[in-house]
Design a protein around this ligand. Sequence first.
Ligand SMILES: [Zn+2]
Length: 297
Amino acid sequence: MDYIGLDIGGTSIKAGLVDQTGQILESQKAPTIIDDLNGFLSNLSELIRNFQKSFKVAAVGIGVPGLRNSKTHVVETSPNIPCLVRVNLEDLVADQVHLPVISENDANAGAYAEFVCGAGAGTRQMVYLTLGTGLGSGLILDGKLFTGASGYAGEFGHTVIDPNGRLCGCGNRGCLETIVSGTGIVRTAAEKGMQGLLTAEIVYEAAVHGDRTAQEVFKETATFLGMACANLIDLLNLEMIVIGGGVMAAGEMLLAPARDAAARHAFRSSFRDCRIVQSKLWPDAGVIGAAMLARDL
Ligand SMILES: [Zn+2]
């Protein structure tokens, strides 16, 4: 039996047929329709039906970029996909494809993938961070995905580190993700005087080619990332922090100084017991995690 994992992004829906060990057998993509629920659902169902034509599918998992209530299974809000407000995606999709369907926050799905068959396999206390446009996170505590009282846990990117800081997409000021994310890197680079059209990738390339300002941007970002890791380590006494997301293409340029900062700020005994590593499954962690949640439903 195989499972379908769907990872809903702001611009596209990634879909994968995943076997029970977490291997992706086949992938597909469709555009995300963000402002019309019927259109959104019909693209989603079509992806599932395409797989159903040639494979025996046991269940479907959907990773959603938003808050999903664990009691009602309703997606309460999804900042980048306005049609997903107070929607029970599980019921709506199940009605169309006649399969069991489970939904979960996308970063939580990614965390679950790394825990089940990625970098965090074998651990019991693990946090997954994903650095993309924002900073997503998911918690594995005592060998289980931890989603809190109502399903909204793991919004570490929106912990406040500066009350007068930068305005965040969530409406607050000074959230961690306004600094530690692709968007944060671009803002830091602009503040430090880098000119022209900036992306995290462009700043990275400049740093690799010796641009001192760009190197400082990465060092500063890594320092905040490391402090954030230290906070997690002191709070949760983790075995591992797994870091993925597009920005992690920068690899050790971010990770090495982040580890140094974490070592400076965390309790020594607690830091010693925690490894900070790169994701094994990115960019497929979301798809695999959603499928594994469907498997373990
Ligand atoms: Zn925020």
